[in-house]
Write a protein that binds this ligand. Structure first.
Ligand code: NAG
Ligand code: NAG
Ligand code: NAG
Ligand code: NAG
Ligand code: NAG
Ligand code: NAG
Length: 557
């Protein structure tokens, strides 16, 4: 071959290789541009009856309702009954029994965390090219730097490590030690952030900032974990932004404590609207998924009571009755093909990890083993029947339970907290539900701005009616000290134990629980390490254990 020919051949091969390369880069970029932004708004201790789309007029939540009616109302979204287990399930895609995180919520200064060997949701999404941010609550362990959010998949974290802080001072008391708990962390640098703004507003502003400064060549994962509507250590328990304003707008609620809970919730609802507006203004809403959920039911009375209401569901936070675990939830996305509907498909909080991974174009085979979550993306966007047939409610020292089809088994409930609590939210004197306010809320306006269809008022009223749980027969109910089997489809308020009619179903559900019992990791900890006290860290709750490289490798194995 002549020199010229060699040269031409070389050139042709080079051009082919280069264009192949370019094509791959372009395709990757295009794929990235199509990956949806994912925004999770997780609220704390919010009851079933503390939003207005479930039928009560007492607490108007027009922005959350706008998401619900324009998206899909997740009517059977099950969570764990307590913060730490619920958040662990969300972040790992696994039942918390697999990580020893199933029991009592973590105390400040407790040496326990999701073990480092678990890859968390933000880490998975980061591998798919996402920018990842957490704003607000963590509460899955922080004893070493390596257990904090900025070392576990989040590019930035602004928020608190513990279970709750006060709304203005941002402090929490543990064992008579009061410490400040607000941080701004990035990988390699955990630092304290001094700020005394109302926490709901601080979270909102940070989220708006992240959205408006987001580099849109990447998809965004943004998790807002609100303090609302958790009780605080303040004497008022429910700290509203402005009591005068609360009295003026919600004064029709006679019970002052319940009124303040309503004030905390309406401030959070306004935040939801502002975040949706920010997404619209950044031209990101068209390609976003927004999930709204509560981590567990309301503790109406008792420990950390917040005056929330799970009406008409039975039980409280900490229990496996529906009031503790049937969580308020909805999802909005322009990607949903047949929106404005109610889904009665069984969904569990562990399902979000594989669902988001799938929505982001990931291959589920990349995920580690022993996942309990199932991919619900097709169920959500096109109403396909879910593949989830059952779920483990939890196993801890006192309680266990599982759900299969329409039957739910609870073993070992305690007498405490198994009653019906909370306000019905029904009162003829309350202002009527105003659909116009929903459609023209921040969220409603932002959504209608990017959408071809406008919701019809009568249809909204119909949807709301269908999302309202109605029960008869509250007068008598079984205590379930030993066990109870409920048909939760026909008896959502758990008034009638049918275990004697269906011994085979009881047996089958117990077999399911026993299978999971074999893989249960028993929780350690529960005690507070005095070395963690804020006195050692200029009055702040901080990671207090220094880990060596070897130790981290050992913990990650
Ligand atoms: C860590 O972050 C703080 C607050 O953002 C900043 O002031 C400090 O300079 C950072 N330290 C390092 C080593 O980057
Ligand atoms: C906040 O700080 C002020 C001033 O130190 C104090 O009087 C108040 O009790 C604190 N509130 C809470 C909820 O800790
Ligand atoms: C709000 O109303 C309650 C009584 O319902 C009252 O005790 C409280 O002082 C009022 N707060 C303000 C700031 O007006
Ligand atoms: C609903 O609220 C709007 C203001 O946002 C008001 O103009 C309208 O009269 C209200 N509708 C009803 C039925 O109260
Ligand atoms: C959407 O909002 C933009 C700017 O905020 C406005 O110019 C446009 O008319 C709106 N479109 C619709 C359909 O509401
Ligand atoms: C210690 O805490 C106070 C607030 O309580 C803060 O103003 C001060 O900057 C902190 N000092 C250091 C060295 O971080």
């Amino acid at each position: 071959m002549g020199r010229t020919w060699k040269c031409i051949l070389f050139c042709v091969v080079t051009v082919i290789l280069l264009s192949g390369c370019l094509f791959a880069i372009l395709r990757q970029k295009q794929q990235r541009q199509q990956q949806p932004n994912i925004i999770v708004i997780m609220v704390d201790d919010l009851g079933w009856n503390d939003v207005s789309f479930h039928g009560a007029n007492q607490i108007p939540t027009p922005n959350i309702d706008a998401l619900a009616y324009n998206g899909v109302i997740l009517q059977r979204h099950y969570v764990l009954p307590i913060c730490t287990p619920s958040r662990t399930a969300f972040l790992t895609g696994r039942y918390p029994i697999r990580t020893g995180m199933q029991g009592y919520p973590l105390k400040a200064g407790e040496r326990r965390a999701i073990p480092l060997g678990n890859t968390l949701l933000p880490e998975y999404l980061r591998k798919l090219g996402y920018a990842t941010h957490l704003v607000g609550k963590w509460h899955t362990g922080y004893y070493s730097d390596y257990h904090t959010p900025a070392y576990r998949g989040f590019d930035t974290f602004m928020g608190y490590y513990t279970g709750y802080i006060s709304y203005f001072n941002h402090t929490i008391e543990q064992d008579s030690h009061v410490g400040y708990d607000l941080h701004y962390d990035v990988p390699g640098n955990t630092s304290v952030m001094y700020n005394y703004e109302y926490m709901t507003d601080l979270i909102t502003e940070r989220a708006q900032d992240i959205i408006s400064n987001h580099d849109r060549s990447k998809p965004l994962y943004l998790q807002l974990s609100h303090l609302a509507a958790h009780a605080s250590d303040a004497e008022a328990v429910m700290e509203v932004r402005d009591e005068k304003e609360t009295n003026a707008t919600l004064g029709y609620i006679d019970d002052f404590n319940r009124r303040k809970l309503a004030g905390v919730v309406t401030a959070m609802d306004e935040s939801v609207g502002k975040v949706v507006q920010a997404l619209k203004e950044a031209n990101m809403l068209e390609n976003s998924i927004i999930v709204f959920m509560s981590d567990n039911g309301a503790p109406t009375v008792g420990l950390l009571e917040n005056y929330g209401s799970n009406y008409p569901l039975r039980g409280l936070k900490f229990t496996l009755f529906e009031g503790g675990i049937r969580g308020t939830a909805c999802i909005y996305s322009p990607l949903i093909k047949n929106p404005s509907r109610i889904s009665n498909e069984l969904i569990h909080i562990t399902d979000w990890l594989p669902t988001f991974y799938s929505a982001a174009g990931g291959n589920l085979d990349d995920l580690e083993e022993n996942f309990d979550g199932v991919d619900q993306w097709a169920t959500i966007i096109s109403g396909k029947e879910t593949t989830r047939k059952n779920l483990l409610l939890n196993i801890d020292e006192l309680l266990s339970g599982a759900l299969m089809g329409k039957y739910k088994l609870i073993n070992g409930a305690t007498l405490e907290n198994g009653d019906y609590y909370g306000d019905s939210g029904m009162n003829k004197l309350y202002p009527e539900y105003n659909v116009t306010n929903v459609l023209y809320s921040f969220a409603g306006s932002a959504i209608s701005n990017i959408s071809q269809v406008t919701l019809n008022t009568n249809y909204v009223i119909e949807l709301r009616k269908a999302a309202t749980v109605v029960c008869q027969n509250f007068a008598s109910y079984p205590t379930c000290l030993e066990k109870c089997l409920f048909d939760i489809y026909n008896d959502p308020c758990e008034t009638t134990d049918v275990s004697h009619q269906h011994p085979n179903i009881v047996k089958e559900l117990n077999e399911l629980i026993n299978e999971y019992n074999k893989v249960t990791m028993h929780p350690v900890g529960g005690t507070v390490d005095p070395l963690s006290y804020p006195d050692h860290f200029n009055g702040t709750w901080m990671p207090w254990v220094k880990l060596s490289k070897n130790k981290i490798q050992f913990l990650s194995a």
